[in-house]
Design a protein around this ligand. Structure first.
Ligand code: OGA
Ligand code: NI
Length: 356
């Protein structure tokens, strides 16, 4: 490295204006802190994109008919084992709630910088904040995106005044809708593991929620960087809302597969901790987001996990353990898992650390 990277990272961070600030200033060549190292770029050439589609699962009729529900549970089981990813349609969150959430996130990121900069912070304890690259000082190259984070990881309590005015009402509606959908999907996942519908909910796997409201500005040199580096999600489950731009890819059998935007659908993926408690039955799969000449792209990831204050120990669920399938992981506190992950660059899997 023949430049003072730390100094350039700090200078970028100190603008409090994120990647959007660079784009607004008319940057035509991406700063070198964003350029991926040559070995990573070369590795990509060996890993082609193939024209497959992640499973699309229609949730209509789950409450009406046992036979239909069983069919959906089977689809979810297969998708969670083979892909770690699926899309859901007919999930009962109205399209208007999805659209307004994306419009609100865009309005937040596009408001005057004086207003927005008030929120810019690296303090993860803040319930609501704006940050570009939470792992800026840890990663090998920075990602071309900014993120507004909202977390409900200590309690359910969120007063509307704590939310930015630019996206307040839409966010409240979306949190309500996606939390209910989360409950439904955790029931289906429990059944897919052969457990009672309430099993995962009773384990408090979905009490804590954290929202990453991403803004991926148009990128003048998309081949040199990424929107989000390859990673797995550390939490139990993620429900992702994305707009029509595209760029999200999931690794499947060593090939990248585009997660095609599909109006009204939501993307669901298994996180590391669900892989662990399922004793490797369900897979937490690597994914990334390409940078794009076109933009901005908006996405909202809702991560479900236990409250970080929980004193519960998590490890492979008893029913998932047998003679043929001995426990793969030791037990841990969710807060230990999170602090281990946050001390490393995005993309460093936490699974190995907890393997027996
Ligand atoms: C994430 C993530 C994908 C996207 O936030 O963990 O994978 O499309 N986001 O923004
Ligand atoms: Ni992710």
């Amino acid at each position: 490295m023949d430049y003072d990277r730390a100094k350039e990272l700090k200078a970028f961070d100190d603008t409090n204006a994120g990647v959007k600030g660079l784009v607004d200033a008319g940057t035509m060549n991406i700063p070198r802190i964003f350029i991926r190292p040559p070995d990573e770029l070369a590795q990509d050439l060996n890993c082609l994109t193939i024209p497959l589609q992640v499973p699309v699962i229609d949730l209509s009729g789950i409450e009406k008919d046992d036979h239909r529900r069983k069919g959906i549970v089977d689809e979810i089981r297969i998708a969670s084992e083979k892909w770690g990813f699926f899309q859901v349609v007919n999930h009962r969150i109205p399209l208007s709630v999805l659209d307004e959430m994306m419009n609100g996130v865009r309005a937040f990121h596009e408001q005057p910088s004086e207003v927005k900069q008030e929120f810019y912070s690296r303090d993860g304890m803040k319930k609501v904040r704006l940050v570009s690259n939470y792992d800026l000082y840890l990663s090998r190259s920075a990602n071309w995106r900014d993120t507004m984070n909202i977390h409900l990881l200590l309690s359910d309590h969120l007063h509307p005044d704590e939310l930015p005015l630019a996206c307040r009402d839409s966010t409240i509606e979306y949190i309500k809708g996606v939390s209910e959908l989360g409950d439904t999907i955790f029931e289906l996942l429990s059944e897919a593991l052969g457990l009672k519908p309430n099993h995962l909910k009773d384990m408090e796997c979905s009490r804590g929620r954290s929202f990453s409201c991403h803004y991926y500005p148009a990128c003048p040199e998309p081949d040199l960087t990424l929107g989000t580096s390859k990673h797995t999600d550390p939490t139990f489950l993620t429900i992702l809302l994305q707009d029509q731009i595209g760029g999200l890819q999931v690794l499947h059998d060593n090939h990248w597969v585009d997660v095609q935007p599909n109006v009204g659908s939501l993307v669901v993926n298994i996180g590391d901790t669900l892989q662990i408690i399922s004793n490797d039955k369900f897979k937490s799969v690597e994914h990334r987001v390409l940078a794009n000449r076109v933009g901005p792209r908006i996405s909202v990831a809702c991560f479900f996990t236990a409250f970080t204050t929980s004193s519960k120990l998590y490890g492979p669920i008893e029913e998932m353990i047998s003679e043929e399938s001995p426990p793969v992981y030791r037990e841990f506190l969710v807060s230990d898992y999170t602090s281990n992950i946050l001390s490393k660059a995005l993309g460093t899997s936490g699974l190995d650390h907890f393997k027996l």
